[in-house]
Ligand binder design. Structure first.
Ligand code: UGA
Length: 430
């Protein structure tokens, strides 16, 4: 099949590459020329395990192309995927201007029947919006259909998520249109659900919202554990053995960040409000999340006896492991609060430091965790990169001015770490 993918961000680049890998001819289009030039030279705009190799393989096999020429890519394509950014406005509402721009671009280029697919995360009703924009602006008298096919991939495991998703959701206006999309995904062999367009749009938000609810729930339980002396890791384990609940997304910590959960939950709250429903549950989820970092910094401040002039070593900057994405990363909140209290910050992250330098210029960036530990009054673990679990803790202890660890992601075993001679504070664990 010939496919056009508009937008080479996370979703567009990964989706386009995976479709090419499944044997389709794919052109990924972006209006940022520099990005397309880099991609054509094999330089990835993001860090994502396995992506670079897959892009190279498919470019070499002439199945994957990068271009700024939207018209040419749409003309050739049977299916056009809209994968552009959907950032939040100040009031939490989703800004659809990039989606609108992409839809106008398709309308200008349309030369015959196409299926236009919304893959970006967009509020319910956006399918209608895209249909209207294309209808009003189309330069060729042709029919077309608009489908919702939300993406569920996670950063850091995007390739395997796209190749082996838990489910494929196709919200289509008719069965025939849905079948065309089914063909595209047939080789993946994963569960598929065909729905109307509105339901598919809501499935994406409901999924992210439910996962965020799990995270805020366990974080609230962590606070209770701290007040009672219980251990949230054991509580989560015990709760998760109930097959109706499961263990996933019950890791207590500094709360959820990234480019999806915070914005998507706000967007759903906003959409609900527009429809006349006050989504109190999700407002609480956001409030609990907002409290995580101030609570953590308060503990650091109290246990270090004041932060003025103290050297705090920060391990992990990206919003989660296996990505260089700093969008809504908890490290930014933590570091800015520590700096405001007069602390000196040294930091290390395996891949996100280049991105971090643009947002956090006042930090001293180090080559590894050991350099961070040198003369530090405390270490704060913000992102649970695997390499932090494998550190030589004896060496770390000897390098530090005072061996204190504030573990914001419960990376270490409390008993063992204390036995090694550290003062150790974690989330929801006595
Ligand atoms: C999330 C969803 O998991 C994907 O299914 C979805 O496709 C994507 O958003 C999206 O809408 O595009 P992602 O933002 O990449 O994916 O990251 P997650 O792994 O879901 O983590 C989100 C945040 O929750 C991170 O800050 C992470 O540290 C935090 N988290 C996750 C916890 O605090 N505790 C947990 O138990 C799990």
């Amino acid at each position: 099949m010939n496919i056009c993918v508009i937008g080479t961000g996370y979703v567009g680049l990964v989706t386009g590459t995976v479709f090419a890998d499944l044997g389709n001819d794919v052109t990924c289009v972006d209006k940022i020329k520099g990005k397309i030039d880099s991609l054509n030279k094999g330089i990835m705009p993001i860090y994502e395990p396995g992506l670079e190799e897959m892009v190279k393989r498919n470019v070499d096999d002439n199945r994957l192309f990068f271009s700024t020429d939207l018209k040419d890519a749409v003309e050739k394509a049977e299916i056009v995927f809209i994968c552009v950014g959907t950032p939040p406005k100040d009031n939490g509402e989703t800004d659809l201007s990039f989606v609108e721009g992409a839809a106008k671009g398709v309308a200008n280029a349309i030369n015959g029947y196409k299926i236009i697919v919304n893959k970006s995360t967009v509020p319910v009703g956006t399918g209608d919006f895209v249909r209207d924009v294309v209808e009003k602006n189309k330069t060729h008298n042709t029919s077309f259909d608009v489908v919702s096919n939300p993406e569920f991939l996670r950063e850091g495991s995007a390739i395997s998520d796209a190749l082996s998703p838990d489910r494929i959701i196709i919200g289509a206006p008719t069965k025939q249109v849905a079948v065309k999309l089914l063909e595209l995904y047939a080789t993946i062999g994963r569960p598929m659900l065909i729905t109307d367009v509105y339901s598919a749009e809501i499935i994406k938000y409901a999924s992210n919202a439910f996962l965020a609810i799990k995270i805020s729930f366990i974080n609230a339980i962590a606070d209770i554990c701290e007040l009672t002396g219980a251990n949230v890791s054991d509580v989560a384990k015990g709760v998760g053995y109930d097959s109706r609940i499961g263990h996933a997304f019950l890791n207590a910590g500094l709360g959820f960040g990234g480019s999806c959960f915070p914005k998507d939950i706000q967007s759903l709250v906003h959409t609900a409000e527009r429809l006349g429903y006050d989504f109190k549950l999700l407002k609480d989820v956001l409030d609990i999340n907002k409290e995580r970092v101030p609570h953590f910094v308060e503990i650091i401040k109290y246990k270090t006896g004041g932060l003025k002039g103290k050297v705090i070593g920060v391990l992990g900057l990206s919003f989660k492991p296996d990505t260089d994405d700093m969008r809504d990363a908890k490290s930014v909140e933590v570091i800015n609060m520590l700096l405001n209290e007069g602390a000196v910050i040294k930091a290390y992250d395996p891949v996100a430091m280049e991105n971090a330098k643009k947002i956090l210029p006042a930090v001293k960036y180090c080559a590894n965790a050991y350099e961070v530990s040198e003369d530090a009054d405390a270490l704060a673990i913000i992102t649970e990169w695997r390499e932090f679990k494998l550190l030589n803790m004896e060496r770390i202890k000897n390098l530090m001015r005072r061996p204190v660890i504030f573990d914001g992601r419960n990376v270490y075993d409390a008993e063992r770490t204390k036995k090694m001679g550290f003062e150790y504070y974690s989330i929801g664990r006595a």
